[in-house]
Each structure stands twice: as C-alpha cells, then as structure tokens.
Design a protein around this ligand. Structure first.
Ligand code: GLU
Length: 551
C-alpha cells in the first residue's frame, strides 16, 4: 500500500464508501438539455437580508426560465453560530415573496428531494468520503499546527505579498507517513488541508454570467478542508454539495468572487465538473451623493421582515426586484401591462455588474401601481390577512362586513386610470378611516379661500337638497345647482376668466361637502363615498359640520 493510501486509512478508518458510491447514490439528474438547477445556500443567521432575498430570487428565476429546479440548502457547518428558529425566519421570508423551493430544506428540520440531506451538518460522512480520496490522491494532508504556530507564520509574512498557509510556510505539507502516524497516535488534533496544486504565476479563468470573463491568479493556499472536529469548511462542503446535488448554476453574492480560485480547485481536484457562475452584486443605496451597500444596521428596508410587517405584497416586491434585476423590464412592462411577471424573459446577462440602487420612493410608486391594478377582492383579502397579524383592532373593523369593506376598496378601481393611493397594507387603515366612526378623524379645516361663513352657507343649502337616492349625474347636477344662488359658478373656466365676479366655483362647493363628510380635501370619488356611507352617516356629518361652522 502506498503511503497515501495508508494515510487515508489512518485518517478515515471508518469511511468505507467511495466517490463512486456517492455518484451512484446521487446520479446526474434526468433533465433535458439546457435545464438549470440552482440553489440558495444560506447560513442560518436568524436574519434575512433583502440582498439574500434578491440573490435567492435571481437563482429562482434563473432556474424557472428553463423550467428547472431551485433548491435550498442550509449551510450550518458553523455550529457555534447556530441560532434557534433561524431556518424558519429565512424560509418564511423567502416564501412570503414567492421564492419557493422545489427541493431541499422546506421547513425547520423538514426536507424534500432525492439529493439530501440538505443540511450540511447532516452530511459529515459524505464530505469525509471525498476528503479521504483527496488524501489518497496526495491532494490533501493533515496539519497539526497550533493557533500559536499559525500566528508565528503570519508574523513571518509581514513583507510577503502572498499571505496564508502555502508553499514554504506550509509546515505540515511534507510530513512523512511515520511522522504523521506518531502525532496521531499521541492524540494530536489535526485539520485537513488541501495540497494546493496551484502556481501564483498562472492565471485561472471564470466566465461569469453576470460579471463576464474574469482572470485571477491561481490559488496557492493550502486551505483548510476539515476543521479539527471533522466538520468541513464552507469552501469544501459547498463544492461537494453542488457537485452531488447537481447544481448547474451557482448564483450567489459577489463577495464570493475572490474565493473562486480556491473553489475552482475544490471542484477540479476531486474531478468534479465546474458549475457555471453568476455573482450577484449587492443592492446599493444612495447616501450623500455617493453609493453604499444596503446596510442591516442603518436601513430598516435591509430586513426582509420590513416588507412583511409593512404589508408590501409579494407582487410589488417582485415587480420592484425585477426592475433592479433587468433594466429592460420596465420597457417590457409598458407593452405587457397585464402579463404575469413570470412571462418576462429574465436574463442573467442583463444584470448590473456593480450593484443596482434601491430607491424607496420608486419602490413605493411601483407598489402603488401594482396594487392599483388588483381587484377589490384581492386588496380586501390581502389587507385582512395582514391586519389579522399586525393590527387586531383594524382587522375587527375591516372584517365586520366584508362585502361593505370590499366595496369601499373598490372605489375608483377597475377604471382605465385607477387611483394609486396604497403602497402597502399598513396604509389602508388611514386610507379608508373615514368610513368607520371608530377611525374617523373629524378634521374640518377648510382651504384658506373658504371662510366659516361660506362653509356654513354651502352646508345649509346642501342639507336641504341632499337626496341619498340620486344617481351620480343627479348628484353632481345638484351640486352645480347650488352654485349660482350662493354666488359661485358651476363653470370652472368661467371662474378662471373672471374670478372677481364669484365667491368661488363648483370645486369649492364640493370641497366643503367633502371635508364635512370625510375630514379630507382629497379623496376618491365623493359620490361613491357618500353612497357607501349611507344617508344616516352623511346627514350626521353634514349636520355636525354645520354646527361647527355656525358656532
Ligand atoms: N453560505 C454561504 C452564504 O451564506 C453561501 C455561499 C454560496 O452560495 O455559495 O453566503
């Protein structure tokens, strides 16, 4: 037996399976040519950053444009950082915005699919099979250096441009079998390191689907593959996983770009096919004329929970993310107004290389537009669902009479130019508050051009003629008919030509009624509002306003 084979046996005596066994257990997927398999591989930190949702969406859509498979793998090799409930936070956040895994981790300790386990912490033996082969092939070796020895190496490298455990600094690289066996029988702890076949003079290449062709020096570092407890590092684990889970496209944050030379070796050394890469640039924010990354510490919108708590529908978040993902999306949308976002030909190659800019104002505009196109039933359903979780009082009010609430939300909807008032469900309470006495804010402040006397006169006259059975035309005609006897004109143009001749125009008359009935100067169609309020409430509010202006 060669020394390498002996060493492999010494280090991994219990590993009897071989890479071929693994290949047989996790065979290539039976997919048509061109069908993509992508994944999101989060570490369960308990926080889902908007950037993770964004990268997850990119990975999801990359698979879905080919009817492919998107799976979730939990990278929990760092058990020290384990946080209870973290997987749920992450999956709930993804699920809320439609990033649903076909396979992989689908719940806390719940998995589905033939390529699992999908928790890295449950795959130790699989990693050891490949670790053992690397030792057999003389591509990995045990390292006994203590933390102090590694510090010493660092200190020696002060003037060395190439830092880390490599070449002449790699003390354990050339230990003999006997030296190793002795240390192991003495119980010395060891890590397993890659015996890097790289040469810093050589270049390696990646053809990244977002960043384009990239050239970097080859890796020379003998990086750690297995820690002293036998748990793999992320670098090693992900290569084994992406190979065995048959990932075709590795879509991930571009902070991993600089690790690519290491990753290329970790695929090539065990003989894996290198996947295609797509490195997603971070979401940026404008600040003081410059750009910076969207920050968990500084920006509430960096947390995916922000969108859930505010009640932004998944349609809005996805619509906005797509504007950030593909700059041609907005043009496509103009000519495909009613089309599902899923029919947009999403293309990795059209993604921003340096990082798309998150703009809250634009996001809200996009969301208002998306919501303006929803049916009243849908808006009602979504709002109720949100309120049930986040505003119990409002939920009770809203759902007392679902048909009535739906009708309220239907005002000025389903028209060629629907109003764009609502950006998220937490805004609905205020938006419709005047329909409910419990929420009505009786604010009778009139515009400056309308005095208390004018308001009083108009209200008196209107109360005398108000008829709850009017059609919309009759209702408006009544408003116009009030004008002349009171010194106003029903004709706005006429007023503009000769403002001195009138106290105001029909718009001022209707403003007085609007403010009296709703406490606002700007509302959707007043006729519809009054019909929905009903005679009693309208009369009560008109009279109460009249009293106010008569005092
Ligand atoms: N666990 C890594 C992270 O959370 C995943 C990187 C990758 O997708 O390869 O960033």
């Amino acid at each position: 037996m060669s020394d390498n084979l002996k060493l492999a046996e010494l280090l991994f005596p219990n590993i009897t399976e071989t890479p071929d066994d693994m290949e047989a257990k996790f065979p290539p997927r039976n997919l048509k040519e061109g069908v993509r398999v992508t994944r999101l591989a989060p570490s369960p930190t308990g926080f889902l950053h908007f950037g993770n949702l964004f990268a997850g969406t990119v990975a999801y859509r990359t698979a879905k444009t080919t009817d492919g498979i998107f799976f979730v793998r939990v990278e929990d090799t760092d058990q020290k950082r384990k946080i209870e409930g973290a997987v749920k936070v992450m999956l709930d956040g993804l699920e809320a915005f439609g990033v649903t895994a076909d396979e992989g981790v689908i719940g806390e300790d719940m998995e589905k699919g033939d390529y699992g386990p999908y928790y890295q912490s449950k795959r130790k033996d699989i990693y050891h099979v490949f670790a053992k082969t690397l030792v057999e092939k003389d591509l990995a070796y045990p390292c006994f250096c203590s933390a102090e020895e590694l510090d010493e190496i660092r200190a020696q490298q002060e003037n060395e441009p190439q830092k880390g455990y490599w070449g002449k600094y790699a003390k354990c690289r050339n230990l003999s079998f006997d030296e190793i066996a002795e240390k192991i029988s003495a119980g010395a702890p060891w890590t397993l390191r890659l015996k890097s076949p790289g040469n810093a003079e050589n270049k390696c290449f990646i053809d990244d689907m977002i960043k384009g062709k990239i050239e970097m020096p080859e890796n020379v570092q003998d990086i750690v593959l297995l820690k002293s407890d036998g748990i793999p590092t992320y670098h090693f684990a992900h290569a084994v996983d992406d190979h065995l889970m048959r990932t075709t496209h590795v879509v991930r944050g571009d902070e991993w770009m600089s690790s690519c030379p290491v990753h290329l070796q970790l695929f090539k050394c065990p003989g894996f096919k290198v996947p295609k890469y797509a490195h997603v640039a971070p979401i940026m924010k404008e600040e003081n004329g410059g750009k910076r990354k969207l920050s968990k510490r500084k920006d509430p919108e960096a947390a995916v929970t922000f969108y859930i708590e505010q009640g932004y529908p998944k349609e809005s978040v996805n619509e906005y993310m797509m504007t950030l993902m593909n700059s041609n999306f907005e043009d496509w949308r103009k000519t495909n107004k009613d089309a599902s976002i899923d029919s947009f030909p999403f293309n990795l190659k059209k993604m921003s290389v340096s990082g798309a800019l998150f703009d809250m104002v634009k996001f809200n505009d996009v969301s208002k537009n998306v919501i303006s196109l929803m049916s009243a039933d849908k808006v009602y359903g979504y709002t109720a669902e949100w309120a049930k979780e986040y505003d119990a009082d409002f939920y009770a009010i809203l759902t007392e009479d679902p048909a009535h609430s739906t009708a309220i939300l239907g005002v000025d909807r389903d028209t060629p130019k629907p109003r764009k008032d609502i950006a998220c469900w937490s805004e609905v309470k205020d938006y419709i508050s005047y329909y409910f006495d419990e929420l009505f804010d009786n604010n009778l402040e009139m515009p400056e051009n309308i005095t208390a006397d004018m308001a009083k006169e108009i209200l008196e006259a209107y109360i005398a003629v108000y008829n709850e059975n009017d059609t919309k035309d009759e209702w408006f005609q009544r408003m116009k008919d009030l004008c002349e006897p009171l010194g106003y004109t029903p004709n706005v143009k006429e007023f503009k030509k000769n403002p001195e001749a009138f106290k105001g125009h029909v718009g001022d008359v209707s403003t007085v009624i609007r403010v009296a009935v709703t406490g606002r100067r700007n509302t959707p169609d007043l006729y519809s509002i009054m019909s929905l309020l009903g005679k009693d409430k309208v009369m009560e509010r008109l009279n109460s306003a009249l009293k106010h202006f008569s005092a």
